[in-house]
Design a binder for this molecule. Structure first.
Ligand code: NAD
Ligand code: UDP
Ligand code: UDP
Length: 318
């Protein structure tokens, strides 16, 4: 619903030049809010927000959330953090700093402003899960010293900080645990499975299948996910989450590859490679809490979402 001048909010989105952040910003601007986008452009790109330049309700600040930030806003969405394993493993110390120092700075900002703050957490807090599907009360199975730990433990520590600021200082926090999400505006070289498979299929190159492809993921289309963000942020005071936001339809990585090949009409074959260390074998959200508390559930299923994503990626293939 469009907001009028009196109800318009000034909203900070960290990581706003990234895949999910830029979509969230589009939705906030559409409904009439003002947006301050903070991003250090590590994995994000100005191309994702180019269309917003000249919009008087949009501001971009190039800034690293590991450093203190002094702005005046009514709400904060904290999304800053590389999300693809190849990116977050590139400089793992910086990844942990981004999650932990970033959370401390954004929570300090929220504390000073007495404003509501949202954290983009992740299904990675469940690690390689022993409970299936994953519910929010599952504590997870995470290797604290592996190559994924900078991301997993960084995000777990950020959740700890959010709940301690909530209990200790009364901060109004909202924590979403996001499951694998895909869609237009993912970077073609992002390295995550959906963008890799689509780019490889469109170029008729071998599809890089890690392991035997029997590991599973549950893929959520980005529009559904952003809708879930907005519902959680606007939920009743006192509802903090953590809440799973994802699509419960689970697929093996091989099924995903076969569907991408079918939808692109590709001649690609499969190139089997070793499974990376600590790669979770299965992942599926239990979204009962999101359904009951937020009235949210995903609407776009994998085939339709992939068709829309493939159409976007065709522009990158000469
Ligand atoms: P993305 O890499 O496209 O976006 C992350 C953004 O954060 C980029 O624009 C990057 O430049 C910025 N950033 C990174 N470090 C920063 C820093 N120190 N200071 C300021 N900006 C910084 O990834 P995405 O898929 O859009 O993910 C957004 C958020 O959602 C992340 O926090 C991620 O952990 C979380 N998440 C995403 C998924 C998914 O499947 N897409 C799943 C779980 C969690
Ligand atoms: N902070 C910030 N912007 C603000 C207020 C605080 O970036 O508007 C940072 C500040 O650098 C501090 C962190 O948030 O290190 C945590 O703030 P808090 O008030 O919780 O802690 P303190 O300043 O007491 O260490
Ligand atoms: N994967 C794959 N080929 C690729 C990229 C990823 O088989 O080119 C696999 C990866 O090993 C994992 C799954 O696809 O089992 C999802 O990987 P992604 O990096 O997208 O996300 P995450 O592992 O963080 O869920």
């Amino acid at each position: 619903m469009a907001r009028n001048y009196q109800s318009r909010k000034r909203v900070l989105v960290t990581g706003g030049a990234g895949f999910l952040g830029s979509h969230l910003i589009d939705r906030l601007l559409e409904r009439g809010d003002e947006v301050v986008c903070v991003d250090n452009l590590f994995t994000g790109t100005k191309r994702n927000i180019d269309h917003l330049h000249g919009n008087p309700r949009f501001e971009f600040m190039r800034h690293d959330v590991c450093l203190p930030l002094y702005v005046e806003v009514d709400e904060i969405y904290n999304l800053a953090c590389p999300a693809s394993p190849i990116h977050y493993q590139h400089d793992p110390v910086q990844t942990t700093k981004t999650s932990v120092h970033g959370a401390i700075n954004m929570l300090g900002l929220a504390k000073r402003l007495k404003c509501r703050i949202f954290q983009a957490s992740t299904s990675e807090v469940y690690g390689d899960p022993h409970v299936h599907p994953q519910k929010e009360d599952y504590w997870g199975n995470v290797n604290p010293i592996g190559i994924r730990s900078c991301y997993d433990e960084g995000k777990r520590c950020a959740e700890t900080l959010f709940f301690d600021y909530h209990r200790q200082m009364g901060l109004d926090v909202k924590v979403a645990r996001i499951f694998n999400t895909y869609g237009p505006r993912m970077h073609p070289a992002d390295g995550r499975v959906v963008s890799n498979f689509i780019m490889q299929a469109l170029r008729n190159e071998p599809i890089t299948m890690y392991g035997d492809g029997s590991q599973t993921r549950s893929f959520c289309f980005r529009d559904d996910l952003v809708e879930g963000f907005l519902k959680l942020m606007d939920s009743e005071p006192g509802f903090t989450g953590p809440v799973n936001i994802g699509n419960p339809n689970e697929f093996t990585i091989r099924e995903l590859a076969e569907l991408v090949v079918e939808l692109t009409g590709s001649k690609s074959t499969f190139d089997y490679r070793p499974l990376p260390q600590d790669d979770p074998m299965q992942r599926q959200p239990d979204i009962t809490l999101a359904r009951t508390k937020l009235g949210w559930e995903p609407k776009v299923q994998l085939r339709e979402g992939l068709e829309r994503t493939i159409a976007y990626f065709r522009d990158f293939v000469a």
